[in-house]
Design a protein around this ligand. Sequence first.
Ligand SMILES: [Zn+2]
Length: 382
Amino acid sequence: MIESAAVAWERLKNLAGFKGERDAILTTTLSTSRLDDWRQYAPTFLKSEFNTFVKTRGVSREQRHGLEQDLDYVLDVIKYDVTPKTQGLAVFVDGQAGLYERVELPFRLLNRLVIEPAPYIRPVVHALSLVEPFVVARVSRDESSLYLVDEWGVPQAEDELTGPWLRSSDRETGELSIKQYYAAARQDTLVELHYKEVGGALAKMLESSGARRVVLCAQHDIATAFKRVLPSAIAAKIAAEMAFDAAETPAQMLERARQAALAARQQEIDALAVRIKEGLGVGGRGVAGFDGVLSALGRHQVQTLLVDRNYRPPGWRCRQCTWTGLAELERCPVCGGELVAVGDAVGELVRLALLQNGQVEVGENVPLLEELGGVGAVLRYS
Ligand SMILES: [Zn+2]
């Protein structure tokens, strides 16, 4: 089943902290889109990757047996138990410790099999942060609508908010100017009431959905008046504004809103990279590069981690503690433990940040982030 983005984040946080008895947790990610012939292809792919791992790692017979059972579980899931709507599947297994978790996504994932000391959660983190839910508020003086755009397969909730007291007939009041004056004043009060009602519904929708961004679709003067009645915390979530177009269908309006939300997100990521760069140095709240971020994580200092989507260097991690590095050493420099190779060392940084309740943002085509070494963070304190 595909669940909401908020639920998927919670489950990822739990997975980030999972610690089994043995240091071999099986993670598989697969595209299960109907566009791919995955039912044919996936079992062969997984078995072949598994055999390569066993051959190159010199796994004991006992461990191999346990891992084979874990692989069988994954093969059963893909054989019998994938919802047709699912485009991407991630399965995390450590049968010995009772871990059988899976996340079904409305997006395709790269096919991979990873056996490492920790669940490899980065692909799902990427998917979640790249396609965040957002709310569209289409506001007019007497009729407004709220839309939740959540591409995680959750039904789109839509709230129609109409002020029934503001019909056009109300405006045709009398001929006396004094009467018109009162009617206009009454209308202004009612319009403001309507804005407040929409604002209240918007606050509720943001809270229940976990969405962090709002796209406001309204005429300019209405947008200004509407924002004035919003509590500042809600107004701060308006990430983009666009003009109201009466000729547009809701679907066209939502498509325009999606583009606006994406552009707003890109701007936020760019600004985050700038903030990190400006905070570098002694006493600042920015840190950049693999080693800088790793040591900040070691001090539980990371508030927001920013990673380049395509930066996945292989590296080494300690079997005992959380140390991770890009170069192979004899022993863990922190605890003296034995090191094991990992396919994506930055994936470990992502896992640790999530485990420490840090926010994870994923950038793509951000030149400044590349300049910062592909990964950086804003610290909780300097
Ligand atoms: Zn260590």
